[in-house]
Design a protein. Sequence first.
Length: 364
Amino acid sequence: MATLNFTAKQTHQLPIRNRPSKYAKSPIRPRFEVSEGIRPAEVMYPWKYLPVGFQDTDTEDWVVIPKGRIVSAISMADYLLYGSAASSGSIDTINASGTIPITTSQTTSTVLTANIDSNYFGYDEQVAGLLVPCNGGNDVAYEYDANDVTAGTFRTGNVAAASGDTASVSGNLPLGVAYSDIYQDIRGLYLNYTQWDKWQILCDWYIEIPFVRVDGTTFTTDPSGYKELREAYTYMTLKQNDLFVAGMPVMADQYGNYVMEQASSSTITPSGLLNGANYFGGTSIHTIGRLWVADSRFPKDMLEVVDTYPGSTMPGTDTGGLPSYLFNLAHQYAVSAGKNHRISDIINYVKDGQFGVARIQLSL
């Protein structure tokens, strides 16, 4: 009987016969279409070190990117271009090395970490980027406060945030908007609880958000100057002399909220928008869409006579007939600015055009 001989090593010298040409087939062509562009088929985590905004009442978890906020992403490209220091804050990126903090040891009080590319609580291969608010191309230093201490937010360097600490993100470009509140990445924080995981973004839709008009009269302070306002609400800021006419391009401010893209001007009128050098209607790499409507004609549909429970902020008598998101923003801004903030005051502010609803066609 023949004996197997594993030392001759002749197999690699033997040829493989090609298939007969009559059986030849064209090679399979590569995939090209991935998904529709309304909600691209990409999933991302929020950046681990984002400061918290507000706490969800039901779950007691913390939101880091409010619904409607314009977002950008830190991706593998940042690592390829800039190495581990993908921004002035040396943020952790999607890459093949490094660690991220996940929780604090209950026995030694040290920070426990996970390998970015190889651990369960790292970033699996389906995740292509980390979401951060779009900043209009301007470097932003995010400041942590007492809420971050309560929430156990981490900062770069694997150290739990203390009030007054900061983490920086370099200027970025818009990718889309958050179509729901995005919660803090707490994977691995608890042994028995992981409620929030991957997220997607919206790129093409007709949306509406409240606007605040800072016109130098009743309200003069940029709403982003009130930390409690920008952390909880998504809104559009219309500054004095902004040309907020239909069709004008919109972009993100430094916190991912909405502003008109063109420079403010006290001399250019709508009739001069297309007059040679006075053309302000062009788009840029920062454009997220165009303003269609700025509406302050409220209340509507007799909503002001619908009885709603006092303090519920449900649309009706408790909001003066305003949509809840518009009333809540206007009320909080009036409180922060030290202005009268009764229901009747809020209604008058809206009717005067200080607040209203902006409708925007996204085109990202």
